[in-house]
Design a protein around this ligand. Structure first.
Ligand code: PLP
Length: 398
């Protein structure tokens, strides 16, 4: 951002649209795409100096590229973080944020209500490298306290949770962590950026699947890790540099463009989700509606404390079992069946047979994921059209 703008008291939204843009000599308004793997040096001396870190400049797009720099700066402005790094997917962000904070002999405490692949990292991958993991009931604060051991280094959770939209108290869990010198890593995907600010509530690291609302139109995969400069620049950077889960410059450009409309998109999606949840409650074919922004949600008070709005996802249960759920899904025309979320298109998921299919039936029962549970990621269509679509499908199943 130019100096004059920096000195003004601008809102976050205005700042991250302008901050971090690197213009070529053509002075384009929409930032250029730097699809290059390498960079040339004007002399051997310059190459040596760049490698020695004596002069600034890009070296190789596995770890530095103008599109990635721009996106990182904008994301830091958005999240209020000192530093950020990007990865090729949200799962790479989950893995590397965890892996760089532990070593053999350390212990992680994680919530049971998290995305299925995150559970696989914690239960099936990390233990192979001498890392102990305890999975706790997400909303049970006592369980987090009791799981702490001398070697506990990380607390990991998401809120709202996927797919049952439970709300965890970020501030309370972060305080427990701080008292025990434990780092808190939060997957902030379901809340969406700007509508929940975990770093201000005590978290140390925030991660996103940028594939979701940051892109916002279902085009590219990407991941983000945000936190203190000391960790991100001195430790994480080297791990990513040498192992190479890099985001492509093209994807970084798409996500940067996504950021410009993030706030208006998520505002509308949250508004639509609220109305849809209200409407679903009036349907006799729907047995339960879970929406964190409604006062019948079990953790509504925490939602009000830490989120702006109730989020862009609604989870509901229809009467009947798997057959009724599948019939309902197959009758939808506007709302599309997909395991993805955070798109301009409304997307609906049957978690039990897709995203959470690897959970045992006991694990599903604890979380409340039943055969008639459906997770709706609300899009940007006219809300009355989404409601008509849901209404028609439910009337056929009844
Ligand atoms: C909460 C959450 N975290 C992480 C991920 C993984 O993101 P990606 O698909 O970009 O790897 C997902 C994907 O659905 C998710 O829902």
């Amino acid at each position: 951002m130019d100096k004059k703008l920096k000195e003004r008291n601008l809102s976050i939204q205005t700042k991250f649209i302008h901050d971090g843009s690197l213009r070529s000599p053509n002075n384009e308004t929409s930032e250029a795409i730097y699809l290059t793997s390498g960079y040339v040096y004007s002399s051997a001396e310059e190459a040596e100096a760049r490698f020695n870190g004596e002069i600034d400049g890009y070296i190789y797009s596995r770890y530095s590229n103008p599109n990635l720099s721009m996106l990182q700066t904008k994301l830091c402005e958005m999240e209020g973080a000192q530093a950020a790094r990007l990865t090729a997917s949200g799962m790479a962000a989950v893995f590397w944020s965890l892996f760089t904070n532990v070593q053999a002999g350390d212990h992680i405490v994680a919530a049971d209500a998290i995305f299925g692949s995150c559970l696989s990292i914690l239960k099936d991958i990390l233990p192979n490298y001498g890392i102990e993991v305890t999975i706790v009931r997400a909303t049970n604060i006592e369980a987090w306290k009791q799981a702490i051991k001398k070697n506990t280094k990380v607390f990991f959770f998401e809120t709202p949770t996927n797919p049952m939209l439970e709300i965890l108290d970020i501030e309370t869990i972060s305080n427990i962590a701080k008292e025990n010198e434990i780092k808190v890593i939060i997957d902030n995907v379901f809340a969406t950026p700007l509508r929940q600010r975990p770093l201000e509530l005590g978290a140390d690291i925030v991660i996103y699947s940028a594939t979701k609302h940051i892109d916002g139109q279902g085009r590219c995969l990407g991941g983000v890790i945000l936190g203190e400069a000391e960790f991100i620049e001195n430790k994480l950077h080297d791990y990513l540099k040498h192992t190479g889960p890099a985001l492509s410059p093209f994807n970084a450009w798409v996500m940067m463009k996504g950021l410009e409309t993030l706030s208006v998109r998520t505002d509308r999606q949250i508004e639509n989700a609220n109305l849809i949840a209200e409407y679903l409650k009036t349907l006799s074919g729907v047995s339960q509606v879970i929406y964190p922004g409604h006062n019948d949600h079990p953790q509504f008070e925490i939602t009000q404390k830490q989120m702006i709005g109730g989020g862009p996802l609604v989870t509901f249960k229809i009467n009947g079992g798997k057959e009724a759920a599948f019939n309902f899904l197959n009758k939808l025309e506007i709302v599309k069946i997909s395991n993805n979320l955070g798109d301009a298109k409304s997307l609906i998921t049957h978690p039990s047979t897709t995203t959470h299919r690897s959970l045992t039936s006991d694990e599903k029962a604890v979380l409340g994921i039943t055969d008639n549970t459906l997770r709706l990621s609300v899009g940007l269509e006219e809300v009355s059209d989404i409601i008509d679509d849901l209404n028609f499908a439910i009337s056929v199943v009844k």
